[in-house]
Design a protein around this ligand. Structure first.
Ligand code: 3HC
Length: 283
C-alpha cells in the first residue's frame, strides 16, 4: 500500500509530480540538491495552486492542505521510509544511477523505485540496485498537472506486484496509466519525436514558414500546439538528446536529428526555457 511518496528532483517534471501527488492526498517528500532549487520548485507549485484558487477550483484551505502534504529535504537519507520513490532529475544516466545506487542502500527493502526518464533504458537503471523486481518506469507528461497520461514501464525483472501497485498509484493521482515495454521512447516518444524531427526538417528545407507549419497541424489535425511550438515547449536540447538516443539504438535515419536542431541547441536556443527557440519568448 503506497502512502508516503518520495520525489527526487523538483524541476518542471518533479515539481508537477509532487503537486499532483500532494493534491491526491499523499504525503510527499520532495528532494533537490540545494535549498535554492527547492525554494524555486515550491514557488512554482504555489503559483499553480494560486491559479487554481483564482479560478475557484480550490479554496484557500485546500491550497494550504496540499502544501501541508509536501515536505522537502536536500538529503536522500530522509527517503528511508518512503513506499515509492520517483526519480525526476535531468536525463543523465550516470547521475540517475548514482541516485538509485544510494537510495538502494537507504530505503526499506519494500520501497518501489520508479524513474520518470523519457528515453533511458529502465533495465539499465534497475541493474545498479538489488531490487530489480521493485523497479519500473513511471513516465509523466508535461505539463504534469494537465496531461492525463502516465506510461508505466515494465523492465525485464519488474514483478507483477510492483507493476500493479504503481499502476494503481498512477490512477490514484488522477492519471490514465498505460502499460509500456522498456523499449526506447516507450509508446509516446517513439511516435512523437520522429514527427517533431520531420517538422524541423521540413522547416529547414523551406517547405513553409514556422507559423504555417504549426497552424497546419493545429487547424488541420486539431493538435493543441503545432510541432515547432511543441519542440520549444519540450526543449530543443531534450528533443535532440532523445533523438540521439533513438538514432544510437535504431541506426535508422528516420530518427536522425536534423542539422538545424543541433545548430540551434549549440547556439543556446533551447526553446521557451531559454527565451528563444523556433520562436522568441524574451518578451
Ligand atoms: N502547469 C499547470 N497547468 C497548466 C500549465 C502548466 N505549465 N499550462 C497550462 N496549464 C493549464 C491552464 O491553467 C489551463 O487550466 P484550466 O483549463 O483549468 O483553466 C489549461 O492548462 C489550459 O491552458 P491555457 O488555456 O493557458 O492554454 P492552452 O489551452 O493552450 O493549453 C497546454 C496549454 C495544456 C500546454 C496545451 O497547449 C497542450 O496540451 N499542449 C501540448 C502539450 C504536450 O503535447 N505535452 C506532451 C509533451 S511530450 C512530453 O512531455 C514527454 C517528454 O518525455 C518529452
Amino acid at each position: 500500500m503506497i502512502k508516503k511518496v518520495g520525489v527526487v528532483g523538483l524541476g518542471q517534471m518533479g515539481g508537477g509530480i509532487t503537486q499532483v501527488t500532494a493534491q491526491a492526498g499523499f504525503s510527499v517528500l520532495a528532494n533537490d540538491a540545494t535549498e535554492e532549487f527547492i525554494a524555486k520548485g515550491i514557488r512554482n507549485i504555489t503559483k499553480q495552486l494560486d491559479k487554481a484558487v483564482e479560478k475557484g477550483k480550490l479554496d484557500a484551505a485546500g491550497k494550504e492542505k496540499v502544501l501541508g502534504n509536501i515536505k522537502t529535504t536536500t538529503e536522500l537519507a530522509d527517503f528511508k521510509d518512503c513506499d515509492i520513490v520517483i526519480e525526476a532529475v535531468t536525463e543523465n544516466m550516470a547521475a540517475k544511477k548514482e541516485i538509485f545506487a544510494e537510495l538502494d542502500k537507504i530505503c526499506k527493502p519494500e520501497t518501489i523505485f520508479a524513474s520518470n526518464t523519457s528515453s533511458l533504458p529502465i533495465g539499465d537503471l534497475a541493474a545498479v540496485t538489488k531490487r530489480r523486481d521493485k523497479f519500473l518506469g513511471l513516465h509523466f507528461f508535461n505539463p504534469v498537472p494537465v496531461m492525463k497520461l502516465v506510461e508505466v514501464v515494465k523492465q525485464l525483472d519488474t514483478s507483477d506486484e510492483t507493476f500493479n501497485a504503481a499502476f494503481s498509484f498512477a490512477q490514484a493521482v488522477g492519471k490514465n496509466p498505460v502499460k509500456a515495454k522498456d523499449s526506447p521512447g516507450f509508446i509516446v516518444n517513439v511516435l512523437l519525436i520522429p514527427y517533431l524531427l520531420d517538422a524541423i526538417r521540413q522547416y529547414e528545407n523551406g517547405l513553409a514558414s514556422r507559423e504555417d507549419i504549426d497552424s497546419g497541424m493545429m487547424l488541420g489535425c486539431g493538435h493543441p500546439m503545432g510541432p515547432l511550438t511543441l519542440t520549444d515547449f519540450i526543449g530543443l536540447d531534450t528533443t535532440l538528446y532523445i533523438a540521439d538516443i533513438f538514432f544510437e539504438e535504431f541506426k535508422d535515419g528516420h530518427y536522425a536529428a536534423p542539422p538545424l536542431l543541433r545548430r540551434m541547441v549549440n547556439a543556446g536556443y533551447l526553446g521557451k526555457k531559454s527565451g528563444r527557440g523556433f520562436y522568441d519568448y524574451s518578451k
